[in-house]
Design a binder for this molecule. Structure first.
Ligand code: ZN
Length: 175
């Protein structure tokens, strides 16, 4: 497995609508492994292929006990609402309260290539919605009020002052 560099806010691939995966190939299975490895090493609960520079509809989620692979995921139903703090590995150190559906029913493709349905609530549902947004080129900042978005964008620009490029290497912590 490979630790992949993570693309940061400002990298154009984060704004692309990722393309459908026509078939679950060896390359897709590799990508899923690398996404899990990179996400866990970086302490995240979800990671989309856009975030590692690959504009394909593949993402992973693991909110603690039930790893979920998303390949060509589609949200079939959403209900209820929840507001909680959200962050993103592509926008480190920026957090904000985001409203999401409390419950989602999705359809996704498994590594065997079969379509399957998954239901999720609460934090897991939030992570799934965040990752599917990534595949559509949407970031959590887009879900905020214009005022809040401007404030956080300025904060981000200040923190980034002097930085070069729009990727960062993932480094194992405590290693
Ligand atoms: Zn994110």
């Amino acid at each position: 497995m490979t630790l992949l560099p993570i693309h940061l806010l400002g990298s154009p691939v984060l704004r692309e609508r990722a393309r459908e995966v026509p078939e679950v190939t060896h390359q897709v299975r590799h990508l899923v492994d690398d996404l899990f490895h990179t996400m866990r090493t970086d302490g995240g609960v979800g990671l989309a292929a856009n975030q590692v520079g690959v504009a394909e509809r593949v993402a992973v989620v693991d909110t603690g006990n039930d790893p979920l692979i998303l390949i060509n995921p589609v949200i079939l139903e959403r209900s209820g609402s929840q507001v909680d703090e959200e962050g993103c590995l592509s926008i480190p150190e920026v957090f904000a309260d985001v409203e999401r559906a409390q419950h989602v029913l999705i359809e996704t493709t498994t590594l065997d290539g079969a379509r399957t349905r998954v239901e999720a609530d609460g934090f897991r549902a939030r992570a799934i919605q965040h990752e599917i947004d990534h595949l559509d080129g949407i970031l959590f900042l887009d879900r905020l009020s214009p005022l809040k978005r401007r404030m956080l964008t300025r904060k981000w620009q200040k923190m980034r002052a002097g930085s070069v490029g729009y990727t960062r290497e993932v480094v194992p912590k405590g290693g």
